[in-house]
Design a binder for this molecule. Sequence first.
Ligand SMILES: Nc1nc2c(ncn2[C@@H]2O[C@H](COP(=O)(O)OP(=O)(O)OP(=O)(O)O)[C@@H](O)[C@H]2O)c(=O)[nH]1
Ligand SMILES: [Mg+2]
Length: 192
Amino acid sequence: MNISSADFFISASALSGLPKDGRPEIVFVGRSNVGKSSLLNSLCRKKGLAKTSSTPGKTRLINYFLINGELFFVDLPGYGYAAVGKGEREGWGRLLSQYIEERREISLVVALVDSRHPGMAIDLEMLEFLEYCGHPYGIVMTKFDKLKQSEASKARRTMERCGAKAKFIVNYSSLSGKGKSELLAHFDHYLP
Ligand SMILES: Nc1nc2c(ncn2[C@@H]2O[C@H](COP(=O)(O)OP(=O)(O)OP(=O)(O)O)[C@@H](O)[C@H]2O)c(=O)[nH]1
Ligand SMILES: [Mg+2]
């Protein structure tokens, strides 16, 4: 797909606040700080579209972006961020899992994993959950620019083993834009 327009649409803190117009949704999930918001900005070529930060826990709401006037990209709060209070963490966890489990508009889930730490238990649990929910999902290995060549092939092999059921695995760098056209091409298969 080509992205000709991308605009912030709505933020929701509860499922009741989500859009009701039935547009398809491509959802970005992953650990806090893995690079979800950066990926979104890089795909849309709009730097400040989704708020990014070097401090984990920046995205705290379900954020909707309207793409080409016809579908949504959804930026989710990260999971696994230890520094927020237990109550708040459980609250997010519930919101995230409920959203992923119940939201019929989801066409594709893009699960982000940090290239430097492939195969972390918490990420594999998320992949299993996506499997259980029956959503098609692909994996994006973020921050690929941070790896040396030898590390890159090893990380990729690990991810191929752990994410064998994913529809695709893309090596990505939001800094250089590496992986962008490959990822956008995959999206075409999951949109009406
Ligand atoms: N080198 C490099 N840094 C990246 C890349 N993607 C993201 N980062 C950095 O990683 C940090 C976190 O990025 P975000 O996009 O805010 O991460 P997030 O997953 O949205 O984080 P939360 O909203 O807290 O869950 C920022 O400092 C980014 O600049 C990348 O591809 N390469
Ligand atoms: Mg974010």
